[in-house]
Design a protein around this ligand. Structure first.
Ligand SMILES: Cc1cc2nc3c(=O)[nH]c(=O)nc-3n(C[C@H](O)[C@H](O)[C@H](O)COP(=O)(O)O)c2cc1C
Length: 193
């Protein structure tokens, strides 16, 4: 299978989208993206992610004002996205937090990252552009959406139809800079994809 919707093609075509058409995004499509995220793996199958989808313009304005002010002003571009998704961590039991402390890795953040990328790749297949946003005021977002304290904003996703279809690919490190076999052998050269 080597068509435009193969996983390999989607991984290669996805780019961060920061300029969007004004066209709104249907809730059916947004839910398809959340459905893809819902199927993501998570430590102990804890599924700690909660997706708060903001598609109402007035609510989005409130969110943008609270989340993209002061030092977070560079993220103001995202206010023009038709949809902002605030990806929250549903706070764990003390036992789970202790387990990830003992293992030395915050599993819940990994879980959120996997689910978020499932969302983004599904969006790509549907012709939607996305951009991860880490640079925002988390307390401000929590206030704007009147979120219960149990839900901690971790990351946002801007979603919409891309304005420019010729978005340039981001630069990436070479394979032999990031991949090692056994005790440090470099990987064999792969044919270009
Ligand atoms: C966890 C995370 C946080 C990010 N935060 C921001 C952000 O706050 N603002 C922004 O414009 N891009 C943000 N990005 C997008 C990255 O800048 C982008 O993925 C990277 O430059 C590679 O470009 P590409 O996505 O087009 O391949 C973030 C990406 C990730 C994965």
């Amino acid at each position: 299978m080597d068509n435009n919707f193969s996983l390999s093609a989607l991984i290669r075509s996805r780019r961060s989208t920061r300029r969007f058409q004004e066209q709104s995004v249907s809730r059916a499509l947004l839910l398809q993206c959340v459905e893809a995220a819902r199927l993501a793996p998570s430590a102990e199958n804890s599924q700690p992610w909660r997706f708060f989808i903001v598609d109402d313009p007035a609510c989005k304005d409130t969110l943008a004002q609270k989340a993209f002010g002061g030092v977070f002003l560079p993220t103001r571009w995202a206010a023009a996205a038709p949809v902002l998704v605030v990806l929250c961590l549903q706070t764990d039991s003390i036992a789970k937090r202790m387990a990830s402390k003992v293992a030395g890795t915050t599993f819940s953040m990994i879980d959120i990252g996997i689910a978020g990328e499932h969302f983004c790749l599904q969006a790509e297949e549907l012709g939607l552009g996305t951009c991860w946003i880490g640079w925002f005021d988390k307390k401000g977002a929590q206030q704007a959406l009147k979120l219960d304290k149990r839900f901690q904003p971790v990351i946002m996703l801007a979603v919409g139809y891309p304005l420019d279809s010729n978005r340039r690919p981001g630069k990436r490190k070479d394979l032999d800079e990031i991949c090692f076999f056994n005790q440090g052998e470099k990987p064999p050269h792969l044919p270009p994809s």
